[in-house]
Design a binder for this molecule. Sequence first.
Ligand code: FAD
Ligand code: SF4
Length: 458
Amino acid sequence: MKHRNSEERIKDFFEVALGVTEEEAIAEAKRCLDCKNPLCVAGCPVAIDIPAFISLIKESRFSEALVKIKEKNALPAICGRVCPQESQCEAVCILGKKKTPINIGALERYAADYGLANEPKASSAPSIKFGVSAAKVAVVGSGPAGLTLSCELAKMGYCVTLFESLHLAGGVLAYGIPEFRLPKSIVNSEVDYIKSLGVELKTNVLVGKTLTIAEIFKLGFAAIFIGTGAGLPRFLGIPGENLSGVYSANEFLTRVNLMKAYKFPEYVTPVNIGKRVAVIGGGNVAFDCARCAIRLGSQVNLIYRRTEAQMPARDEEIQNAKEEGLEFNLLTQPIKILADSQGKITGLECIKMRLGDADSSGRRRPIPIEDSTFVFDVDTVIVAVGQGPNPLLINATPELETTAKGTICVDDHFQTSIPGVFAGGDIITGADTVISAMGAGKKAAHEIDLYIKSKIKK
Ligand code: FAD
Ligand code: SF4
């Protein structure tokens, strides 16, 4: 897939990856072997019939290809852009054994974008509810888990109300992943599609504060799904982390993406960022922060305590960031953020690391090298070392059982310790991926359907 030239793209927030042309999509689709036992389908957490939609693209039947994808995936334009296909469906594509696997993500994006450009916009007319399926289901959190579950239940005929604490839907897709990787117009279009199925979206409702779980049941909801994600930033616990000029990745990305700080003063939320920025971390979140900071005009150093091969970020994002001039400082661990007498950041003290034996994650553990400390000359530090589960709803609902990591415990049916309350996505797994949250939303929708039907029978 072609990308915009790096010198040009670092000056704005427009999308970097350009997608494929019709000719390229058809040529790529023609490479598919249409395997009798297609491994790619099992490699997709929402089990899209991949060979079937690829066959339709081969025959230029793009609208039908999109219908085929939407049978299983309500967010195809999003998944075609940010899903880590290289470690999911494409990783098991039979062609990958000898040659390059089919670029399934690019084809999914092509069909989805074709639909957005050529088909009428989804209208928000509520669908007609009838019979047992007219039962009401409440969904808390409008990230990929909540959106997918809402879509599935609405298609089954349930009355779904989606409660979201922010002023707009999408979860990380809206506030975290930057415009240049996932345009917000794409997120809005796919949210509109879900609303067009009759899902009622109620924004600015912080469940646990505005409304409790018990109160939701009192409003006549037969079941509740919690998909509140992992939006609580983690910190390193080093001296200086409370200084002004230190951002959590969440705050930085929310300001830049959701509040459009890069368009300040047209949009009212500013972001105060210096000339020399250190971003700490090696995942997708760290790379998103670094690439936003580059676009805001800063010189950016990425600090990561392991090696590039051990970085959890997608290879494509690592490559993009290199092209955009991000400086990599690997096997480097921050130990202190330094400031002058006014509290203004003057540097980041680090120590060099080497790799030791494997730790519990199976990755070789980084070990500090004695007498190897040094200082980076920076004025802003962005900490992107992971996120934990959002605790507010959990704290307000003590009957909910949680793990030591603060995630919500569920049984094999996605049901929590409160009967009729289900959960899925990052709130049960910890920070994961869009498609795994969607997979959980899909499975939990099926379990909620069974649960409500079993109650009605009694
Ligand atoms: P979320 O997307 O976190 O959504 C939870 C929603 O619940 C939010 O809208 C939140 O406001 C709302 N909420 C929370 N508490 C309450 C409450 N009490 N009441 C009402 N609403 C509430 N994954 C990929 O596959 N590819 C990527 O490229 C990728 N890049 C990422 C980049 C960043 C910056 C981040 C942070 C994550 C990235 N991920 C990526 C991970 C992926 O986005 C998440 O795994 C996924 O969004 C989890 O979905 P979710 O529905 O569980 O939760
Ligand atoms: Fe096509 Fe690869 Fe799936 Fe086989 S595994 S059907 S070649 S995409």
